[in-house]
Every structure is written in C-alpha cells, then in structure tokens.
Design a protein around this ligand. Structure first.
Ligand SMILES: CC(C)(COP(=O)(O)OP(=O)(O)OC[C@H]1O[C@@H](n2cnc3c(N)ncnc32)[C@H](O)[C@@H]1O)[C@@H](O)C(=O)NCCC(=O)NCCS
Ligand SMILES: Nc1ncnc2c1ncn2[C@@H]1O[C@H](COP(=O)(O)OP(=O)(O)OP(=O)(O)O)[C@@H](O)[C@H]1O
Length: 194
C-alpha cells in the first residue's frame, strides 16, 4: 500500500484537495478532523484540555476560537495542546492505516497540515503539497470569520513557508487556477501512483 502525504499551509486548499481524492475513490485520513473529534465533549482529549485551559470551556464545549486566540499568541499554550493532541492523532492514523491495509488498498492519503513541521514525511512514500499564490491564500484566509491580520501572521510564522514545502514536495497541486485544474492534477497523481 502506498501512502501519499497531503499538506500545505493555511488556506492553501488541503480540505478541498482531500475531498477530490475521496471523490476519486482514494481513502483519506484527515488529521485536522481527528483533532475536532478528540476535542468534542465526548472526545478523548476533552478532559485534558478542559483541565489545562478551563477558561475556554463554554456551555460544556471547548470554544476553539477562544483557545486559538490564546494558543496562536502563546507558544507554551500551543505546545501543551500539541502534546495532548498529536499522539492521539497519530494513534488514529495508525488505526486507519491498519484498516486500509486489511482492505487491500493500493493507495491512501494522509492529510496532515503540519506534515513537514513534524517530520511526517518519514512515514509517507510520497508527499503532495497544495499551493496557490500568496495573495490568493491571503484573500481566502482573511475572508474567514474571526480571522485577523495578527492571527494570520501568527499562524503563518508557525508553519514552514510555502516555498520550502514546494521544494521538498514530490508533487505540487495548484489550487489557484480553478477547481478543474486541481482535479486534473489529482487525477494525474492517482494515475501515476496506481
Ligand atoms: C488552536 C486551535 C484550537 C484553533 O482552532 P481553530 O478552529 O480556531 O483553527 P483551525 O484548527 O482551523 O486552525 C487554523 C489554521 O492554523 C493551523 N494550525 C493549527 N494548529 C497549528 C499548529 N499547532 N501549528 C501551526 N499551525 C497550526 C491549521 O492548520 C489551520 O491552517 C486548533 O488549531 C488546535 O487545536 N491546534 C493544535 C492541534 C494541531 O496541531 N492541529 C493541526 C494539525 S493536526
Ligand atoms: N482548488 C481550488 N480552487 C479554487 N478554490 C479553492 C481550491 N481549493 C480551495 N479553495 C478555496 O480556498 C479556501 C480554503 O480551502 P480549504 O478549506 O480547502 O483550505 P485548507 O488548506 O484546508 O485550510 P486550513 O489549513 O486553514 O484548514 C476555501 O474557500 C476554498 O473554497
């Protein structure tokens, strides 16, 4: 079974590309979706996070925006969160891989936002990076509710620059030229790896 890592900086189009892989029949494990499940009220990380950051609990739920506000402004908070979440995400990823192997899959995708930042490429056979020009990325991200210039800069500073990701990638998937182009590239990657 070949493992393709899918990554890219904030707003570059990972989720959109992941959905296209799924449409084309390739199973995808989504690390970000896993963190959402882990942080839900019945999730495995809820109690640990609620204990570490009681101020961000709102109506029995973790207020992600409030947590993001402190985490992206404070390296210690982000570190604590990562220490809680990353091993649990990794365990979920391993369960996904075991299931897909049992099912005899030839190709699977691991969608990991911080793939290069956490040396995740070591457990992938190939890596694809989604990328668009910086001004498009900026427009996309700043149009999100609750996003500010300061938060965008703080998040960017914690991620490997797009140019560096592009240098390391086996495949670069353009996401600034329209969805049809992205889809075509993804189809080409699947053909090449199948
Ligand atoms: C701080 C949290 C609660 C903020 O949640 P919120 O819903 O407001 O933002 P969201 O998760 O959509 O992230 C916004 C952007 O920041 C990026 N980002 C998230 N965590 C990190 C991180 N640890 N380092 C760098 N960038 C990050 C995301 O990839 C995304 O591009 C959340 O991002 C979180 O729990 N982060 C820590 C876990 C983590 O590392 N997740 C990313 C990879 S699995
Ligand atoms: N290939 C594409 N063509 C056109 N627009 C796109 C494409 N990919 C993504 N977009 C647009 O860009 C925005 C961000 O996309 P998406 O949510 O997939 O990014 P992401 O990398 O998963 O973001 P984050 O890292 O912040 O979670 C969305 O509004 C989406 O509609």
């Amino acid at each position: 079974m070949k493992i393709l890592g899918l990554t890219g900086s904030i707003g570059m189009g990972k989720s959109t590309a992941a959905a296209m892989f799924r449409t084309l029949g390739v199973p995808v494990h989504d690390a970000d979706a896993t963190t959402h499940e882990l942080m839900a009220p019945n999730g495995l990380a809820f109690d640990l996070i609620a204990k570490a950051f009681p101020d961000v609990i709102n109506n029995g739920r973790i207020d992600r925006q409030a947590l993001g506000k402190i985490a992206f402004a404070n390296p210690d908070v982000l570190k604590t969160l990562e220490t809680i979440l990353h091993p649990l995400v990794r365990a979920a990823e391993n369960r996904f891989l075991a299931t897909q192997r049992r099912l005899g899959r030839k190709l699977v995708v691991l969608d990991i936002p911080l793939l290069y930042e956490t040396a995740g490429e070591k457990r992938c056979d190939h890596v694809a990076v989604v990328s668009a020009p910086g001004f498009i990325q900026r427009q996309r991200v700043l149009s999100r509710e609750g996003m500010t210039e300061t938060k965008f800069s703080a998040i960017l500073s914690k991620q490997m620059p797009d140019i560096e990701k592009r240098k390391r990638a086996d495949f670069i998937i353009p996401t600034g030229l329209g969805r049809a182009v992205t889809f075509q590239y993804i189809q080409g990657i699947i053909d090449q790896l199948s």
